[in-house]
Design a protein around this ligand. Structure first.
Ligand code: ADP
Length: 414
């Protein structure tokens, strides 16, 4: 008898053996089936579902969470709290809590489409620039509904923009990045800043011309940037004007203090060439970084790390091709090195001095509407005394609603 016939007859004649083979066969079959199902499900998932991953580093991350807090606060069960401070016009601060979806899985329906949202936190990874744990939000939906992602992101973006409309976002440096400082502030009106006659219009027109002439710069291969220097005594409205100008142009402001500890040439360069779009960069008290602060901090054993040549390099921003508007302010223009204020670095200079007759009169009338006679008397008493517009403001706030008293006590405006 051949061997294979012998083996098969042995198997078929032995009931225990054939049952064993049967069980083994079923087991193996099931395993294959299970594997098949898992693989099939994987394939089906790949074919039928689409996912969108938003890492916490991306701008749309906060937009999305904010948007979702509006959609699903009632539907989802795992919530996390986010605290916002709102500053009112009178300076008081109130606190708002919004409930955003917490880490975990959430399902919700939007515009008739089911979405799965998974917010996952990586316990080990930390976003170095913010110090917060690294997170990702993954949105999943059916492949045929993939268009919903674009709709959703654009709606989240619109919502984020609406919350900034009519406001100015102030950015400060945070490590190598710019980060919003507090909530967007109400725009300051240009009318509220009183400069000498024609000065506001002069600067504003120059900035607007610059903004509208991007093509001119590009076509000539000239770096698209413009530097402005406002100089004059403290309290002459330099910072206030820049804020109002940003408001007028609907730009945001990035404020950088050059004497900030830990600011190096590299970081400065990076910050100046990576400012958020539509923003004015403001370098305040530009002289302080290289003179007084430097000396006094040297005495304390540390000093600002930005070097003068580092600042010049950063201003020249060799690589910068996008629009760059840089405003610098100083109380001591005489302390500035000529190399800093040459055209290309500072293209426009304007002196904002102590209050002129025009400014004294206009400010008086802004506080005491229609009181032209008193305004004239006030001007005659105060002019030539070298008072600043900030001092005038302080005086008028003190004698709020009482122009006679403001005039009577005009000697105390100093
Ligand atoms: P600077 O930057 O020149 O030191 P600020 O803009 O910080 O002055 O002004 C300090 C304060 O004085 C602000 O509250 C501002 O509203 C007020 N102030 C100063 N100058 C003016 C001005 N020209 N018009 C209106 N307000 C002014």
């Amino acid at each position: 008898m051949p061997v294979d016939t012998l083996v098969s007859s042995l198997f078929s004649s032995n009931p225990y053996f054939s049952a064993g083979v049967g069980v083994l066969g079923v087991g193996a079959g099931l395993a294959v089936l299970r594997q098949g199902i898992t693989r099939g499900a994987g394939v089906a998932r790949r074919l039928l579902l689409v996912s969108l991953e938003i890492p916490s580093k991306d701008k749309s991350y906060t937009w999305f969470l904010h948007w979702m807090s509006k959609q699903s606060a009632k539907k989802t069960h795992e919530l996390a709290v986010e605290t916002n401070f709102v500053q009112h016009d009178n300076g008081s601060i109130s606190t708002n809590f919004s409930l955003v979806p917490g880490p975990g899985k959430h399902y919700f329906k939007w515009k008739g489409v089911w979405l799965k949202v998974e917010r996952a936190r990586d316990g080990k990874m930390i976003d170095l620039s913010t110090g917060s744990p690294w997170e990702t939000v993954t949105l999943t939906t059916l492949s045929r509904d993939r268009h919903i992602f674009a709709d959703l992101l654009s709606e989240a973006h619109k919502l984020a923009l609406a919350s900034q409309e009519g406001k100015t976002v102030i950015y400060t440096s945070w490590g190598p990045d710019w980060r919003p400082f507090g909530l967007p502030r109400k725009r300051r009106m240009l009318d509220s800043v009183i400069l000498d006659q024609g000065v506001k219009e002069h600067i504003t027109k120059d900035v607007e011309d610059f903004i509208n002439n991007g093509r001119w710069y590009n076509e000539r291969g000239i770096p698209y940037r413009r530097g402005y220097l406002l100089y004059g005594p403290p309290g002459s409205g330099k910072s206030s004007f820049i804020q109002a100008l940003a408001g007028e142009l609907q730009y945001n402001i990035c404020i950088l203090n050059l004497s900030e500890r830990g600011l190096t040439d590299d970081r400065l360069n990076h910050l100046l060439s990576n400012a958020p779009e539509r923003s004015i960069i403001l370098l305040e008290d530009i002289d302080a970084a290289f003179t007084t602060k430097r000396q006094s901090s040297d005495e304390q054993g540390y000093h600002s790390m930005v070097t003068f040549s580092g600042l010049l390099n950063a201003l020249d921003g060799v690589a910068a091709s996008e629009e760059r508007i840089i405003f610098m302010t100083t109380n001591h223009v005489d302390r500035l090195d000529q190399a800093l204020i040459r055209p290309g670095r500072v293209d426009f200079k304007e002196h904002l001095g102590v209050a002129s007759e025009y400014q004294i009169r206009t400010m008086f009338l802004r506080f005491y509407e229609g009181q032209t006679e008193l305004a004239e008397k006030f001007v005659q008493r105060v002019k030539g005394k070298g008072v600043s517009t900030a001092q005038l403001q302080g005086h008028f706030v003190f004698y709020k609603g009482d122009p006679e008293a403001a005039l009577r006590h005009s000697d105390s405006v100093t």
